[in-house]
Design a protein around this ligand. Structure first.
Ligand SMILES: Nc1nc2c(ncn2[C@@H]2O[C@H](COP(=O)(O)OP(=O)(O)OP(=O)(O)O)[C@@H](O)[C@H]2O)c(=O)[nH]1
Ligand SMILES: [Mg+2]
Length: 452
């Protein structure tokens, strides 16, 4: 559903808790009529309630029959999540009762909220910047402790503050440059050019350092694409099951058991790993296996890290399956419980037995080391940019580099450098949402849940 871009007009309502049965459910209402609508549904309880203090009430239908009882909390004006009058009702968490309560609020004048509409209103009312709004979504979907910490940092505004500071610095620089262009005779200080250049370079440094976090940001949100591949029957599916801690994939002593790719996320000491078990690569015997092997090849191409599994009890063949590729690759000598064939003796690899679990700790250390993923790097104020931030930062970087080249060229028209700086300014402004970003808002908030 398209989220509404005009806050203030309507009063929206939604159930903020997940659908299903639970101890409680939360109904959220926000907008100019929130208190009046809650009054109509609760027999006047909302307007007499102390702000931000829960009070007991009944929600009644049009004939005065009780639909549910629970706690009502009123937030007035800017003292709310959305920055406008809001009411929350915490009632019983049954599927039908929750639906009836929502219907009652809708009948009293509220309209059903679209995905992310509460957070969108918070943004439009200046309670959050765009990076913080995205942080809300990251926090809800975080699957590991590190993802959660990065989301918290974003929600606190770390990224928004850093980009806003860089943008402010650029704005000041642009103002100087424009003054210099307009009144060249007033300020002929040869230092001016050097000073401006230094400031632009400093902003470029900030942009570069934020861009350097892009990979970590993607990994924290989506997981490290970890593709398990190798010849048939070497224990790939056994490795998936071992890392997952339960029997997800079928394991058998028949070669060619796994036909399709199987994807599951595991938490490896805070790092989300998106594990992908694949069909063993060999001369395929039938059409389904050919398709399975083609899928394996596609997964290998998109991998962040490859776990190449071999059977340690069999002689080493020097024809490893893959040609040299740049993706990080770890060799796993599985079935080490069966004894290692002498030909593997000097091979650098992780020795593992999926049957006994021996070597799992070493494999987990090797994966962490290969990813250069050190928890200590993730301080309290870590920044993990997303694809949207990355795209804006790339535009800013290109414009800042172009401006620097022009500033270095004594013969170039400084007006051209000013155009580049303005472009960089807009690109940086898009990150916290400081420029007109209407199209963007629809895209960002439509990925939220209803009620958030
Ligand atoms: N002794 C021993 N057997 C293992 C070990 N790991 C897997 N196996 C056995 O090896 C056989 C093949 O295991 P799978 O996990 O199905 O192998 P796979 O690589 O997924 O095979 P395909 O899906 O056919 O490509 C099964 O009989 C497993 O029980 C191990 O560490 N030690
Ligand atoms: Mg398998």
């Amino acid at each position: 559903m398209e989220a509404i871009l005009d806050p203030g007009g309507t009063t929206i309502a939604a159930i903020a808790t997940p659908p299903g049965m639970g101890a409680v459910s939360l109904l959220r209402v926000s907008g100019p009529e929130a208190i009046a609508i809650a009054d109509a549904a609760t027999g006047g309880k909302a307007s007499s309630a102390l702000p931000r203090t829960a009070c007991y009430c009944h929600v009644k239908d049009a004939d005065g029959r009780v639909l549910d009882d629970g706690l009502l909390t009123v937030f007035r004006g800017s003292n709310s999540y959305t920055g406008e009058d809001s009411v929350e009702f915490t009632g019983h968490g049954g599927i039908l009762v929750t639906r009836e309560v929502l219907s009652r609020f809708l009948a009293c004048g509220a309209v059903a909220a679209g995905p992310g509409e509460f957070t969108q209103r918070a943004f439009l009312n200046g309670k959050l910047d765009l990076t913080q709004a995205e942080g809300v979504m990251d926090l809800i979907s975080a699957q590991t402790r590190l993802s959660l910490r990065a989301a918290h940092s974003q929600l606190e505004g770390t990224l928004g503050k850093r980009t806003t500071a860089a943008r402010d610095q650029l704005l000041e620089t642009l103002a100087h440059l424009e003054a210099w262009i307009d009144f060249p005779e007033e300020d002929i200080d040869p230092q001016t050019g050097v000073l401006l250049r230094g400031r632009v370079a400093a902003v470029l440094d900030v942009v570069e350092s934020l861009l350097a976090t892009a990979d970590q940001g993607r990994v924290l949100r989506e997981g490290v694409r970890t593709v398990i591949f190798g010849q048939p029957n070497v224990g790939k599916s056994s490795l998936l099951n071992l890392l997952l801690g339960f029997d997800r994939a079928i394991v058998s002593n028949l070669a060619g058991t796994t036909r399709d790719t199987i994807e599951e996320v595991v938490n490896l000491h805070g790092i989300p790993l998106r594990l992908i078990d694949t069909a063993g690569v060999r001369e395929a015997v039938d059409q389904i296996e050919i398709e399975g092997i083609q899928r394996t090849v596609r997964q290998i191409e998109a991998a962040d890290i490859l776990l190449e599994v071999v059977d340690a009890s069999q002689p080493r063949t020097d024809e490893f399956i893959l040609p040299a590729i740049s993706t990080k690759r770890l060799l796993v000598l599985n079935k080490s419980d069966l004894g290692e064939h002498a030909t593997w003796e000097s091979t650098e690899a992780v020795r593992l037995s999926c049957s006994t679990g021996e070597g799992l700790g070493a494999l987990s250390d090797a994966i962490r080391a290969a990813l250069h993923f050190n928890e200590a790097d993730w301080g309290e104020h870590a920044v993990a940019i997303n694809a949207r931030h990355q795209a804006s930062l790339q535009v800013a970087r290109a414009s800042l580099r172009a401006a620097l080249t022009l500033l270095d060229d004594g013969a170039a028209d400084p007006e051209l450098a000013a155009i580049d700086l303005r472009e960089a300014l807009d690109a940086l402004g898009e990150i916290p949402g400081k420029v007109d970003t209407e199209d963007l808002l629809g895209v960002i908030f439509s990925s939220f849940c209803i009620g958030k």
